[in-house]
Write a new protein. Structure first.
Length: 270
């Protein structure tokens, strides 16, 4: 059996959590990540038949039964993942109709998965119905996107169009736009269900006055998606108080659609 600390998926998770902390997106224990893995990926590094303990999931996700997830732990600091991955991360398999999580590795201090675990799993299930290659759900608190929810309309079309107009690459990177949820109590099934519903039409879901959920095929894609939207929000906040002299027009965004083979969300461009 290979050393799990050499597993590419673990190395990339460590790099990603450190990078997100360095960006200021995941202060203290704010934020969480779940990465879906195949049995063939994990079986090189752990005995998949050795269950360390079973943790109630707090919900049911039948479509995810038998699937493996590397997830961050509750109360864990992203900055510490690189120093003690076996304490701050856990490798789980959903069982019993998706109502229980079998711990196969990690959470060595007796910890458990992030409090947002139900929201993550619900979002995974929703994204898989749209894109079977989706493997990552990433939650963080990007400063500028969070600030934007205090001063900008939360209308999804308006929010999306503002971000698209800030950077030429935005419509290329997230042509499906951004969905927005008004403030809801975090760590509940209610916000998980609402986020999952929004995930069916966009890979980015803003939680007003809280943070952001992003989805992707891998950690790089999800990170890059959030990074691009956050850069656009930063530009918006730098210019929002100034007279707008120039912008990226709808006509120009249509040119970008044609050049890069993307399709903007229906009804969002003139």
């Amino acid at each position: 059996m290979k050393d799990i600390l050499t597993a590419p998926f673990l190395i990339e998770m460590i790099r990603t959590t450190a990078n997100m902390y360095a960006h200021g997106w995941d202060e203290r224990n704010g934020g969480n990540i779940s990465l879906m893995l195949s049995e063939s990926e994990v079986s090189e590094y752990i005995d998949v038949n050795r269950v360390l303990r079973t943790i109630p999931a707090g919900f049911k996700a039948p479509s995810l039964e038998g699937k493996y997830f590397l997830v961050t732990g509750t109360g864990k600091y992203f900055k510490n993942v690189q120093y003690a991955p076996d304490v701050n991360l856990g490798l789980l398999r959903l069982a019993d109709g998706g109502s229980n999580a079998q711990l196969l590795w990690g959470f060595a201090d007796g910890g458990t998965f992030t409090s947002e675990f139900p929201a993550h799993m619900m979002s995974h299930a929703a994204r898989l119905t749209v894109n079977p290659s989706n493997r990552v759900i990433m939650h963080c608190h990007p400063t500028n996107l969070l600030a934007m929810t205090y001063v900008h309309s939360l209308d999804e079309k308006a929010f999306t169009r503002t971000l698209w107009q800030m950077c030429t690459e935005c419509i290329i990177v997230f042509p499906d736009g951004v969905n927005v949820l008004e403030w809801l109590l975090c760590g509940t099934n209610e916000i998980g269900e609402a986020t999952a519903e929004k995930m069916k039409t966009s890979r980015l879901v803003v939680w007003a006055q809280h943070g952001l959920y992003g989805a992707g095929a891998d950690l790089d894609e999800a990170f890059g998606l959030i990074e691009t939207a956050e850069k656009a929000a930063e530009i918006y906040l730098k210019i929002a108080h100034l007279p707008l002299v120039n912008t990226i027009t709808d006509e120009q965004m249509h040119l970008l659609e044609g050049r890069y083979g993307v399709k903007a969300r229906e009804g969002y461009l003139a």
